[in-house]
Design a protein around this ligand. Structure first.
Ligand code: MSP
Length: 508
């Protein structure tokens, strides 16, 4: 039986339509999912929408519709975008679904039976935008420390979760598992936050109704973060099908943005500890994108819609740019000039050109036919070793969620192959009539391109498929497996390469 791999994105609020920040995490998760499938794992890739809570209720009111109507509409926007961006999710969970509500009730009841839920009164501050509670001292200049918006004073009856009881176990877990929270700087922030002391967490509200009722006390709805975080279990049908999809738990990685790390690295693990459920193996918090040097905001109205960007510059170009431009844990700036720069240099010049050079030469010298390599020569062994190295580096970097490093190392191979062509000078071999050596050089380049297609596939599935076709391969690249298909020599002799359109047209 193959090993399993469970990767998740945050579930997105439905009060706003998708923007580049949402696309970022979802593309990243897709890359991990596609990589792990190609590496032989049984993968479950989950995304979805977060539909309850005061923020959604108010957004719907403002638009004069019911919350579920708003949700139904926006969910379609997300699904359309994900299909446009080639997101290969296995499941899409909506928190308004019955399967989810059932699981939230189950988790609530398990925690309650454990003695970790009690009724009290909440009196402090609340940020509706972030759906998060704050004490007076946590506020910054009287505003929300997360988003800077104004906060509301709450005084209402509430159920509390005994989060304080799990402080020590959480500290121990973080200390014993350095991979649990990544990147390390964020891990350290969480560790010191937890060490300062955990207060009990308010986990229900009474002043609005759009949510899942507290079992046995329908005056209360369950706090939207308790509700939302449970999606990672409910989509697996964890409580009812523990040996089926439930067996994907614990998650291998929750990908999230840095703003929601505390919810994922403090609230979520303490709920799970209370319920006696295993903790996710890794929570990775990525940075935030600014746009042309500015924060995306309603007032600037500068949210980048990924759809027209993909339309103009290409889906794979956008996917590549987002993951190559900045290390995953850091903030970065999205600009059209940087996007064009990456397309013209890395994609058109390096990778596109390599394929194009090869296919043209092979057509000219051998009418496209690839033969058995007959005469090994200088650089062949290094190229073969380069392919093996790039695959090993990809494995390491995917486990470390280091997309930009993975791409840099693949591009080292591409540059090595371009240099191999220059050094072996097929045009001279041709002129000198050294047909056997020329055929072997063509084979080595074809083989490197075939393996490179498999390496870039998780990032740029459509382009990898085009490479595969131009190389004359008739199988589906999605069905290829690194082991054994990325081994040197897998390219059958007799394959006929096919000239095609440039992989990545230059942008002027
Ligand atoms: N519904 C919650 C998540 C619940 S998960 C159990 C939520 N939703 S959200 O729609 O507001 O945000 C989803 C994600 O988008 C977050 O991970 C957030 O970091 C990310 N981003 C929002 N703006 C972003 C950028 N400008 N750049 C990168 N990511 C950004 O939070």
């Amino acid at each position: 039986m193959s090993e399993t791999y469970y990767v998740t994105t945050p579930i997105y609020y439905v009060n706003d339509v998708p923007h580049i920040g949402h696309a970022y995490t979802t593309i990243a998760a897709d890359v991990l999912a596609r990589f792990k499938r190609m590496d032989g794992y049984k993968v479950h890739f989950l995304t979805g929408t977060d539909e309850h809570g005061q923020k959604i209720e108010r957004a719907a009111q403002a638009k004069g519709e019911k919350p579920i109507e708003l949700a139904d509409r926006v969910v379609e926007r997300f699904k359309t975008l994900w299909s446009r961006l080639n997101i290969s999710y296995d499941d899409f969970i909506r928190t308004s679904e019955d399967r989810h509500k059932r699981s939230v009730h189950r988790l609530f009841e398990i925690v309650k039976d454990k003695g970790d839920i009690h009724l009290g009164e909440y009196e402090d501050w609340y940020c509706v935008h972030d759906e998060t509670f704050f004490t007076q001292t946590q506020l910054e200049n009287g505003n929300c420390p997360m988003c800077g918006r104004s906060v509301e004073k709450l005084k209402e009856e509430s159920y509390f979760f005994k989060m304080s009881a799990y402080q020590e176990r959480l500290v121990a877990h973080i200390e014993q598992n350095p991979e649990f929270i990544q990147p390390t700087t964020r891990r350290n922030e969480i560790l010191s936050f937890v060490k300062e002391g955990l207060r009990d967490l308010s986990i229900s509200r009474t002043s609005f109704s759009w949510g899942i009722p507290v079992p046995g006390d329908p005056r209360h709805v369950i706090y939207v973060w308790f509700d939302a975080l449970t999606n990672y279990l409910s989509a697996l049908d964890y409580f009812d099908d523990p040996d089926g999809t439930g067996a994907f738990w614990p998650a291998d990685v929750h990908l999230i943005g840095k703003d929601i790390l505390r919810h994922h690295a403090v609230y979520w693990p303490t709920f799970l500890l209370s319920a006696g459920i295993g903790l996710p193996k890794k929570v990775f918090a990525h940075g935030w994108w600014t746009v042309e040097g500015q924060k995306m905001s309603k007032s600037l109205n500068n949210f980048v819609d990924p759809d027209p960007v993909a339309e103009t510059y290409g889906v794979d170009q956008l996917r590549y740019f987002l993951l190559r431009e900045i290390p995953f844990g850091q903030d970065g700036d999205f600009s059209i000039s940087a996007l064009k720069g990456r397309i013209n240099s890395d994609l058109a010049n390096d990778l596109g050109n390599l394929l194009n050079r090869f296919v043209s030469m092979n057509a000219k010298y051998f009418e496209g036919k690839i033969g058995e390599p007959q005469e090994k020569g200088e650089g062949d062994a290094e190229l073969e070793a380069g392919c093996g190295r790039a695959l090993e580096a990809l494995r390491t970097n995917m486990d470390g969620v280091a997309f930009n490093r993975a791409l840099i190392e693949i591009w080292e191979l591409i540059s090595q192959a371009n240099k191999y062509i220059d050094r072996s000078a097929p045009w001279t071999l041709n002129k000198e009539g050294r047909t056997e050596r020329l055929g072997s050089v063509m084979y080595a380049i074809a083989e490197t391109l075939r393996i490179a297609a498999m390496l870039v596939y998780p990032f740029m599935p459509e382009s990898a498929d085009k490479m595969w076709r131009q190389l004359g391969l008739e199988t589906e690249i999605a069905d290829a497996r690194y082991d054994p298909d990325a081994g040197w020599g897998g390219l059958p002799a007799g394959t006929v390469t096919v000239k095609g359109d440039p992989l990545f047209p230059r942008i002027d």
